[in-house]
Design a protein around this ligand. Structure first.
Ligand SMILES: *Cc1c(COP(=O)(O)O)cnc(C)c1O
Length: 362
């Protein structure tokens, strides 16, 4: 079986974890500070606040950016559930708009239509899905025109670039995830990035029970602090991230070169102004059910990201969101399949994937 994800941990991560164990500083500690500094400077922001996960990072990012109870927040339904759940955590209301069929990302035209309809919308959470940056020029124009708070869910896009600028540097704040399937990992973990002094101060309070000093609690906060053990893994992974991303790009390039002629399968679209970091290599096919059983029979791992739009999840139905009908998202949910693209693939694995896919008898 060629797995859909395969995190690469070697001697360096193990050595660093042992150092933390020996130091006795298992929770907060110097590795956390160093990881915050190194990751934020790699992406290109002033500050980084390490968290327990991408989800808790998003929660903190939204709250620190000023999203409050009753606010309306534009977002995409074609993403992992954490994107819109983080809006619910704030007591705010996700307002779903459709995505573009080519990039799978939020459609700026649809954002504009929604904003004209509903002038109460205060914020937007964009998602750079599969490692491809959103359409940032038109989005920034809309954000300025309507004076919106912008949060970037960058959980799948460590190092992705739009016109020379890395994602995570466009919004008021951004959140990254270091879950084991992501482009780099800390086990569980996340990071909030920002250039804004007020956001960083609030975010720091939120992740440690609203506490600026021991046993003084100014606001209602949480325990969302990353451990020193996780940060030690993250530091070593960050050193490898450029190589990991390079390998992902090369693997994607090989797959596209060999699959682009198939008339029943659509390979990923990469606009010229963007560097895709291929968290996922996602193709569109018409008869997906047969295709995935065929992949299973031939021991090729795959993933379906995502089988239903957020508003069709049982939770969102219960909350009354199932009046939405966003045709592009709904049809993508029926068509997408992700093939292995991770850096641990061998040349032989890639050749096997191509050979098997090409032989599929639709
Ligand atoms: C992985 C992911 C998250 C959440 O990250 P966790 O670390 O798993 O909590 C949020 N948004 C998107 C788009 C993701 O892919």
């Amino acid at each position: 079986m060629i797995p859909i994800a395969n995190p690469r941990i070697d001697r360096k991560e193990k050595q660093s974890v042992l150092e933390v164990m020996d130091s006795g500083m298992l929770a907060s500690g110097s590795y956390v500070n160093e990881f915050e500094n190194n990751f934020s400077s790699y992406i290109g922001t002033e500050y980084g606040i390490a968290t327990t996960s991408g989800t808790t990072g998003l929660h903190v990012a939204l709250k620190a950016a000023g999203i409050e109870e009753g606010d309306k927040v534009l977002t995409t339904p074609f993403t992992f559930i954490a994107s819109s759940n983080s809006i619910l955590y704030c007591g705010a209301e996700p307002v779903f708009v459709d995505v573009r069929p080519d990039t799978f990302n939020i459609d700026p035209e649809k954002m504009r239509e929604k904003l004209k309809e509903d002038p109460d919308i205060q914020a937007v959470v964009i998602v750079h899905l599969y490692g491809l940056a959103c359409d940032m020029d038109p989005i920034m124009e809309i954000v300025d025109e309507y004076n919106l708070i912008l949060v970037e869910d960058s959980a799948q896009a460590h190092g992705a670039v739009y016109k020379g600028k890395k994602v995570g540097t466009f919004g008021d704040t951004a959140a990254f995830s270091f879950y084991p399937t992501k482009n780099m990992t800390t086990g569980e973990g996340g990071m909030v990035l920002t250039d804004d002094q007020e956001i960083v101060e609030t975010a720091r309070l939120l992740i440690q029970h609203g506490s600026p000093e021991r046993y003084k609690h100014e606001i209602l906060g949480y325990n969302y602090r990353m451990t020193n053990i996780a940060a030690a893994i993250g530091l070593r992974q960050l050193e490898k991230l450029p190589d990991f991303n390079q390998k992902r790009k090369e693997n994607a390039c090989f797959l596209t070169e060999n699959l682009k002629e198939l008339d029943w399968l659509e390979t990923p679209y990469v606009p010229d102004d963007r560097e895709h970091v291929f968290h996922q290599y996602t193709v569109k096919v018409e008869n997906r059910d047969q295709f995935i059983s065929y992949l299973e029979e031939n021991e090729i791992g795959y993933g379906i990201y995502y089988p239903r739009p957020a508003y069709k999840q049982p939770l969102y139905k219960k909350l009354g969101y199932d009046f939405y009908e966003l045709p592009v998202s709904e049809s993508l949910c029926q068509q997408v399949v992700s093939l292995p693209v991770h850096p641990a693939l061998s040349k032989g694995d890639l050749e096997k994937i191509v050979e098997v896919v090409k032989k599929f008898n639709k």
